[in-house]
Design a protein around this ligand. Structure first.
Ligand code: SAH
Ligand code: SF4
Ligand code: F3S
Length: 463
């Protein structure tokens, strides 16, 4: 079946797994397709193209792709029996890492494309129509960012992501990202500033800058200068309408003095930082190739707290990396106790094909990984609850982004990224896009509930 430009039968459903960069990429995939006449479908059953934007970070993440493909195969066959078409595209990091395997195991897939080639998706779909399954996992010399349409397919909300950096040159022993995303690249400052202005025009009040190593961003800047992330943040904070800025994910090694000073100087820069440490043991950090020690991390935290005393910290941890002893794990617990995290993600080490740690002889038994993860998560959860409870009675600003789960409630985020629920007498949607002062009434492990402090919006949505 051929489809005409803008014809209503061009409906695409995009499924996203993985990190926030993938969420951003899915939005841009939607933009690319919208420019080619596709409309968004909320569900696969309502679409004639399904794009799976995949994650390869741990084994479980990659397995999900194949089980979802099994389901979509049945849907595709049912459609074919009715004489209708369903096309399937697999994008993202599993596509990059296992492109050939996807086509071998799931020959009913039409297009396989990596994270650097999704701007080519319309052309690839046309080619698949003519020639059968196609695969494009190049790392092209040209950057996709130069080919992405400006308009955004989905309506903008008050909270937006903006990719400024991609890829990784650090090659931690356990990690697939340098292989799936390629070498580190930074977008020029002018392109980032232009996209931030577009996001503000579309209603964004908070922008989160994204990159696999976002604080390694170094960009060409106006006047032939070369900026670091601190300078970019200063420029973005100066854009009218940008009320809040965040950036993620950072590497401790690139946490320079200028960036720490930006936390002191820029009120728009929110006092919350996701700074993965992975382990508290110097021996394990060395094996991981992290290029920092536990003490370096503690020093950075100290400096950040001196610059911005209320800064809340988040992190990622891996337990059971090859060679991790019980004493190494204890060092991780000690680091967690020394820092005090507001929230964190923790994972059992998952061997990834092609990464150095996967071939190490001294793999940690599953039962030890499981016990260590449970112990670490109990401690992190205790810290998170303590952090949330310390908010009770305090006043703070919340950027409201939508309706809460309970009727008549709105939900937004605190400066420290906690979801905050309030009763919204005028209806939850009336609050969307506003930054309002609230008083925290109570704390749950994962969210806060609050009451609006006063009737006048501290910052009203102008668009
Ligand atoms: N760029 C970020 C991490 C991106 S991956 C950084 O450098 O910190 C997100 C998280 O997944 C990592 O921080 C790590 O904790 C986890 N992770 C990565 N590879 C993993 C693996 N093989 N097994 C378990 N967790 C892993
Ligand atoms: Fe992966 Fe390490 Fe690069 Fe982070 S810094 S993306 S963990 S290789
Ligand atoms: Fe996953 Fe790729 Fe992000 S492996 S975590 S989607 S960079």
């Amino acid at each position: 079946m051929s489809v005409g430009g803008g014809a209503p039968q061009r409906r695409v459903h995009v499924v996203t797994w993985g990190c926030q960069m993938n969420v951003y990429d899915s939005e841009r995939i939607a933009d690319v397709l919208a420019a080619d006449g596709w409309q968004m479908a909320e569900d696969a059953s309502d679409a004639n193209l399904v794009v799976l934007n995949t994650c390869h970070i741990r084994e479980r993440a990659a397995e999900k792709v194949f089980s979802e493909l099994g389901r979509l195969r049945r849907l595709k066959e049912a459609r074919a029996a009715e004489g209708r078409q369903l096309r399937l595209a697999v994008a993202g990091c599993v596509a990059q890492a296992e492109g050939e395997e996807i086509l071998a195991r799931a020959p009913f897939v039409d297009v396989v494309l990596g994270p650097q080639t999704y701007h080519r998706l319309p052309g690839l779909l046309a080619r698949a129509e003519r020639e059968g399954a196609v695969i494009d996992t190049d790392f092209p010399a040209e950057t996709k960012f130069d080919f992405l349409p400006e308009a955004r397919a989905r309506t903008g909300g008050p909270v937006a992501f903006l990719a400024i950096q991609e890829g990784c040159d650090k090659f931690c022993s356990f990690c697939v990202v340098p292989y799936t995303r390629g070498a580190e690249m930074s977008r020029p400052a002018a392109a980032v500033i232009a996209e931030a202005r577009t996001l503000v025009r579309r209603g964004a009040r908070e922008i989160t800058l994204l990159g696999q190593n976002v604080n390694a961003w170094r960009g060409e800047a106006p006047g032939g200068k070369n900026w670091s992330l601190a300078e970019l943040l200063r420029a973005l904070a100066g854009i009218e309408g940008v009320a809040r800025l965040r950036y993620t994910t950072s590497h401790p090694r690139d946490m320079d003095e200028g960036l720490i000073a930006a936390h002191r100087d820029l009120p728009a820069l929110m006092p919350f930082l996701h700074l993965p440490v992975q382990s508290g043991s110097d021996a394990v950090l060395k094996r991981m190739g992290r290029k920092h020690r536990g003490a370096d991390y503690l020093r950075i935290v100290e400096k950040l707290r001196a610059a911005r005393p209320d800064i809340a910290l988040s992190s990622d941890f891996i337990v059971g990396h090859p060679g991790e002893s019980e004493a190494d794990f204890e060092a991780t617990l000690a680091l967690v106790r020394a820092v005090g995290f507001a929230q964190a993600f923790s994972f059992k080490y998952s061997p990834r094909p092609g990464t150095p740690a996967a071939n190490a002889a001294d793999q940690v038994p599953e039962k030890d990984k499981k016990a260590r993860l449970a112990a670490l998560q109990a401690l992190l959860r205790e810290q998170q609850i303590r952090f949330n409870q310390a908010m009770v009675g305090r006043r703070m600003s919340v950027l409201f982004a939508g309706a809460g789960r309970k009727a008549g409630q709105a939900v937004g985020r605190s400066p420290y990224l906690q979801p905050v629920h309030v009763d919204a007498p005028a209806g939850p949607l009336a609050l969307v896009g506003q930054i309002r002062e609230v008083r925290i009434l109570s704390a749950l492990p994962n969210s806060l509930s609050a009451t609006l402090d006063r009737e006048e919006p501290a910052f009203a949505c102008q668009t």
